[in-house]
Design a protein. Structure first.
Length: 838
DNA sequence: GAATGGCCCGGCTGC
DNA sequence: CGGGCCATTC
């Protein structure tokens, strides 16, 4: 680092910063442990960035002695980019900025010997882990019904996250003997394959860092003078121990987090670590950033209301000086498709008003919700990108090519070898592979190295021998070329030489076409990586690319493109958008409740998750809940999420979609929880849900529906089953609580005061015929009023549409354009005319 | 040894 | 509803 650079940077830090009091404290206080409780939108990324800049520019800390741990690679990239503007690329290149996993992978390449690995080790993902475990089950003849491999792997995973090794594993539960056996066998196989799993990356580095005897440990502990950790509320035990070990000498551990945003408990994160930081480090300086610069007043108010009932929070009060802005729209929808159509409509409006698509995001609790949203956005020609979901790198053809490349880099990796040995088909069947595995076991060699010995034996027939020998020759040849070629060239060669490309070309279907394109994209990604690495002045390698691939998170794949982003709330952590659409805010969806009866939800964490979702929005926040929703093939009827009830009335603008408004004699299934009529005080505690509402909240003195309605002042049926007929669109009068349906025994008489509920499980067939009297009335309106082109209509299934054509016949039919569907031809009597006044 | 169809089970969040 | 695994068949 040149002196002038540093001086310039120091000046830049001073002039750029404009940090407020607490922020400045967090930046300039250099030595010793420090914890920053940074509320959502309080500028913590800025603080970390400027702190690093300050360390380098003012405190003159050599950049290579600074380690900054971010939560995602994407965040690491952004931080580096910001720092480059302040410090210049030369300095930033020497900084260590990355996720725990990426950092540990990098360290492990340096200290591989101390971890008993070769430098070329492979990182196994869940799929690989499962493959290894299946192999173990087969060979040890373990009953996979009694001990599901999934559970065993999950158990091992949890143990590793706590830093427990196979040797230390203490069987104390039923079935733990099996876990113990699998654990050590699994570790042994990974070691033999020169491979590590995600947990190993951290654990192995931790072993070295905590080893007071070895020189590697000593060196590692001296490596960094300052360690900074972002999103500290989501670190696990191993990660915490690691950063403590790394700062054992200097004590310069700086952590930033928000215990309110801890949402990864299910993967080992422990929010108590940040909450107890002061206890662990009595000398630690504590800073709280409580001013939110991101969101409008109403959004902040909503966020606070959601998080306030949470327990054991670090005391802090988020506030903002931003204007109140628009209210939070809470939108009641009929179905998920109605929800999607409404989302699309609002997005369309925003886009027309000049909002950039990348300033808009749609959130959901689970990926499964994305499909319908995607369909509708596609139909509406709104540019979007789905973050995560079925990941690119999980596609079969992509994994195949990756496996080929991994075998080239690390021929010991048996799971990769098995994956590709017969793809494309080389007449090397299961039996042959089995024999090969046996041979490898006996020779205590990797399977690849057992190929030739097996060919030299008389254990297999001449055909398999030939096939195996050819495969071996092919791979050897490619490996030979791989010594000189660039990663992209190697990948291309593999595709050709292996016959993989030919296989797909021969198939010549739409699917194979798509696969070929995916492979092209993969090669493109390798080429891109080459360019990046070359630009950084380093030599691109296949191993480097493979490592990057293994450690790429879904969110890292998010492109900087003018597209609406769709993602889970988990993926949204750390991001912000001008407009946020938070969908599926219903009980059992969000808070999510697993189908698995043993799977109890962690309500506290779900609440924090909701808080994260809300705090992503800068200006506009739309929250949605649907009356019914298709979930895993069945229709689920959902109550509005309890988190909605926490929103203060003054910041909420409650709306209903037109489809919901127009829905008459709602066909609400009668769920078990409505078996009893609501009684005062019973509403909130009735066994309608597996969860009770948060402790400490007194049961409402009024029936829950009424209590909630104060919030939804347009008569929104927050408890649909109890308020079925309310909010009907027109004053045509109630249906008298009676509705008719086809078939015998299906018309139901309803007592006064009770609401009519009806099944709606045979959807398409029931369209129209199940509509009841109001439908008839509506149809009459349509015919009498006359349906024209341009008329707005509602259809039970398809939602709101615009008539593009009417076919006058004895049974008039209209062609209607529905949002999110292809044009439909529908009998006019199944349509309801929307009077535009409503 | 490969290909195809059916069945069963899981079913969230993800490095 | 969908994916993975198994059994059947060629």
């Amino acid at each position: 680092m040149q002196g002038s650079d540093a001086a310039g940077a120091a000046a830049a830090v001073q002039s750029d910063a404009e940090l407020n009091g607490p922020q400045a404290d967090a930046v300039v206080h250099v030595d010793g442990p420090m914890v920053v409780f940074a509320g959502a939108g309080s500028g913590k990324t800025r603080v970390i960035t400027y702190r690093i800049a300050n360390l380098v520019a003012t405190a003159r800390v050599p950049p290579y002695r600074i380690l900054a741990v971010t939560f995602t690679n994407k965040a690491a990239g952004e931080m580096k980019r910001r720092l480059e503007r302040i410090l210049g690329p030369e300095i930033v290149r020497d900084l260590w900025v990355g996720t725990f996993h990426a950092t540990c992978a990098r360290l492990l390449r340096r200290y591989h010997e101390a971890a008993g690995l070769e430098r070329s080790f492979t990182i196994y993902d869940d799929d690989d882990q499962r493959a290894v475990m299946n192999r173990i089950y087969k060979e040890l003849r373990i009953d996979d019904r009694r001990y599901p491999p999934r559970d065993v792997l999950g158990r091992i995973h949890r143990e590793k996250q706590e830093g427990v090794t196979a040797a230390e594993f203490h069987p104390d539960r039923f079935g733990d003997e099996v876990v113990a056996r699998c654990f050590s066998e699994y570790d042994r196989r990974l070691a033999d394959a020169n491979a590590v799993d995600f947990d190993d990356l951290l654990v192995k580095v931790l072993r070295i860092a905590e080893d007071m005897e070895s020189s590697a440990g000593d060196e590692l502990r001296r490596r960094f003078s300052h360690v900074l950790v972002d999103e500290f509320q989501d670190v696990n035990r191993v990660q915490y121990r690691l950063v403590r070990a790394l700062t054992r000498r200097t004590k310069n551990l700086f952590v930033v987090g928000d215990d309110d945003q801890s949402i990864y408990r299910w993967r080992g994160a422990d929010v108590r670590i940040v909450r107890n930081f002061k206890k662990d480090h009595p000398e630690a300086k504590v800073v709280k950033l409580e001013e939110n610069y991101r969101s409008s007043g109403n959004v902040v108010a909503a966020a606070l209301a959601v998080i306030r009932p949470a327990q054991d929070r670090e005391p802090k009060e988020l506030f903002t000086q931003n204007p109140d802005g628009d209210k939070v729209a809470v939108v009641a929808c009929a179905t998920e498709r109605d929800e999607a159509a409404y989302v699309a409509e609002r997005i369309r409006e925003l886009l027309e008003r000049g909002v950039s698509p990348d300033e808009i995001a749609i959130f959901y609790r689970v990926h499964a919700q994305s499909r319908v949203l995607e369909e509708v956005l596609r139909a509406e020609r709104i540019p979007y990108q789905v973050v995560g979901g079925v990941r690119f790198f999980e596609r079969a053809e992509v994994k195949d090519l990756v496996s080929y490349l991994r075998v080239l880099v690390n021929p010991k990796s048996d799971v990769d070898l098995v994956r590709i040995i017969n793809v494309p088909s080389r007449k090397i069947g299961d039996t042959t592979v089995e024999r090969l595995a046996q041979m490898a076991g006996e020779l205590k060699k990797p399977m690849f190295d057992a190929i030739l010995p097996l060919c030299g034996s008389d254990r297999i027939g001449p055909q398999p021998k030939k096939a195996l020998a050819r495969f071996h020759a092919m791979m050897t040849e490619i490996a030979e070329h791989a010594k000189t070629g660039s990663p992209r060239e190697i990948a291309e060669r593999v595709l050709v030489e292996s016959g993989y490309e030919q296989m797909l070309k021969d198939e010549n279907t739409d699917e194979s076409e798509g696969r070929l394109m995916n492979l092209q994209e993969l090669v493109g990604s390798i080429a891109e990586h080459e360019i990046e690495v070359l630009a950084a002045g380093e030599v691109p390698s296949l191993a480097g690319w493979l490592e990057k691939v293994a450690l790429t998170a879904t969110i890292d794949e998010m492109k900087d493109a003018p597209r609406v982003a769709m993602m889970t709330v988990h993926a949204a952590k750390g991001l912000e958008f001008s407009a946020v659409f938070l969908t599926g805010m219903e009980e059992d969806m969000f808070p999510f409740r697993s189908q698995d009866p043993s799977g109890r939800a962690d309500l506290e964490e779900e609440r924090r998750l909701a808080y994260v979702a809300v705090t992503r929005a800068r200006h506009k926040l739309f929250v949605f809940h649907a009356e019914r929703r298709m979930v895993f093939g069945g229709t689920k009827y959902g109550l509005p999420s309890r988190f909605l009830a926490d929103l203060p009335a003054p910041v909420v603008d409650a709306k209903k979609t037109e489809v919901l408004r127009a829905s008459f004699g709602r066909f609400i299934d009668r769920p078990a929880w409505s078996a009893e009529p609501p009684r005062p005080g019973a509403g909130a505690t009735a066994p309608k849900l597996a969860w009770s509402h948060p402790q400490g909240k007194p049961a409402p003195a009024v029936p829950a529906p009424m209590q909630q309605r104060s919030l939804f002042d347009d008569g929104l049926p927050v408890r649909p089953a109890f308020s079925v007929d309310e909010g009907a669109p027109s004053p045509r009068g109630r249906a008298g609580g009676l509705a008719t349906r086809r078939g015998p025994d299906r018309s139901v008489e309803v007592e006064p005061g009770e609401r009519y509920v009806e099944r709606d499980d045979d959807a398409p067939a029931a369209i129209g015929s199940g509509l009841g009297r109001r439908a008839a009335a509506a149809a009459a309106t349509v015919r009498a009023g006359g349906l024209r082109r341009g008329s707005k209509v509602v259809h039970k299934q398809f939602g709101v549409g615009v008539v593009v054509d009417v076919d006058e016949a004895p049974d008039p039919t209209a062609t209607v354009k529905f949002s999110g569907w292809t044009d439909k031809r529908i009998k006019v009597r199944f349509l309801q005319l929307l009077d535009d006044a409503s």
